[in-house]
Design a protein around this ligand. Structure first.
Ligand SMILES: [Zn+2]
Length: 272
C-alpha cells in the first residue's frame, strides 16, 4: 500500500494539490505536469486519466484546439485549475498532385472493406493506455542527426490531386531508404504492421498517459506489438511504402484523439 499515506491525509492537511507545468501552449502543443501521485486530471471538463506513480502527467492540445484550455487537477485535499491561452498554429498549405486515385478517394468496395479493417487496427493501437511515465525525459528526434531534413511541417492543409483533404498530422522527415528509425523515448509498441494502404509499414509506441507516437512509410519494421523499447532502440527503417512520393519518415503524435506536433516535444522534459 505504497500510496496509503497520501490517501490518509486528514482534514488538517487538506490543501489543493501542488501543480508544476512545462510545455508548449499552442495548437498542436502539449503540457507536462507534476502534482501528487494518482491525482485526477481534467482538460476542458473531460476526465483525462490520473497522474502517474510519481505524480507526472501529460495533456495535449489538438491542431484545431480552441483559443483557451482549462486544466484541472484534483486530489483528496482539493483541486486546482488553470486557464491557458493557446497560441494559434501557423500552418502551411500543401499541394500534392499526380497521386494514384485510390490513394486520394478510394471507391473500390474491396479496398474500402480493407481500409475499414485497417482503421479498426489503428484505433485499437491508439487506444493503448500503458501506465508508465516514459514521456518524462522528453523526446529525441527519431532519425540520427544529419541524416534527414524536414520536408513538410505538422498541420498543413492538404490539397491532393486538387481536392481539399484532412490536414497533414505529421512532421515529414526526408531521409534515404534504410535510414535507422530510433525510438525517441521509452515505451511499449502498440502496433507494428506492414502493408497498410496509406501508411505502408506502420509502428506506434505508447509512452504513457495516452501519448502515442507514430511512424509511417517504413521499408522495414524491427519490433512487434507488446515489445518494450528504450530511447534509441532501432525500431525500423525509413522507406516510401503506402502513400508517399519519396523516401521519408512521417512522424506523428497523438494524445487521446488529439493530433500533436511531435517536434514540439523534442528536448522538453517534465517538471520535477
Ligand atoms: Zn506525413
Amino acid at each position: 500500500m505504497a500510496f496509503a499515506s497520501v490517501k490518509l491525509a486528514g482534514p488538517a492537511l487538506a490543501a489543493p494539490p501542488p501543480l508544476r507545468l512545462s510545455g508548449a501552449w499552442r495548437q498542436g502543443g502539449f503540457a507536462f505536469g507534476h502534482t501528487v501521485p494518482r491525482a485526477d486530471v481534467w482538460l476542458d471538463d473531460e476526465a483525462v486519466g490520473r497522474a502517474g506513480p510519481t505524480g507526472l502527467f501529460v495533456v495535449g492540445f489538438d491542431r484545431d484546439a480552441a483559443a483557451t484550455a482549462t486544466l484541472r487537477v484534483a486530489s483528496a485535499g482539493g483541486s486546482v485549475s488553470h486557464v491557458f491561452d493557446l497560441v494559434p498554429g501557423d500552418f502551411d498549405i500543401q499541394r500534392i498532385s499526380g497521386l494514384p486515385e485510390d490513394q486520394v478517394s478510394p471507391s473500390d468496395p474491396a479496398l474500402l472493406a480493407r481500409l475499414k479493417q485497417q482503421n479498426e487496427l489503428k484505433l485499437a493501437a491508439l487506444a493503448s493506455r500503458i501506465d508508465t511515465e516514459d514521456f518524462r525525459h522528453g523526446f529525441a528526434m527519431p532519425l540520427p542527426a544529419r541524416s534527414w531534413r524536414q520536408s513538410a511541417r505538422f498541420g498543413g492543409q492538404r490539397i491532393l490531386n486538387g481536392e481539399p483533404k484532412r490536414p497533414h498530422y505529421g512532421a515529414d522527415l526526408a531521409a534515404p531508404t534504410g535510414t535507422a528509425i530510433l525510438a525517441p523515448a521509452g515505451g511499449i509498441v502498440s502496433m507494428a504492421s506492414t502493408g497498410m494502404h496509406f501508411e505502408g509499414g506502420l509502428t506506434m509506441i505508447d509512452h504513457g498517459q495516452g501519448l502515442v507516437s507514430i511512424y509511417l512509410h517504413q521499408s522495414k519494421i524491427l519490433v512487434t506489438a507488446g515489445q518494450r523499447v528504450e530511447r534509441g532502440t532501432k525500431i525500423g527503417e525509413v522507406g516510401m511504402t503506402g502513400r508517399a512520393t519519396g523516401p521519408h519518415l512521417c512522424w506523428r503524435m497523438t494524445w487521446r484523439g488529439r493530433h500533436l506536433d511531435p517536434t514540439l516535444l523534442v528536448g522538453q522534459t517534465a517538471p520535477v
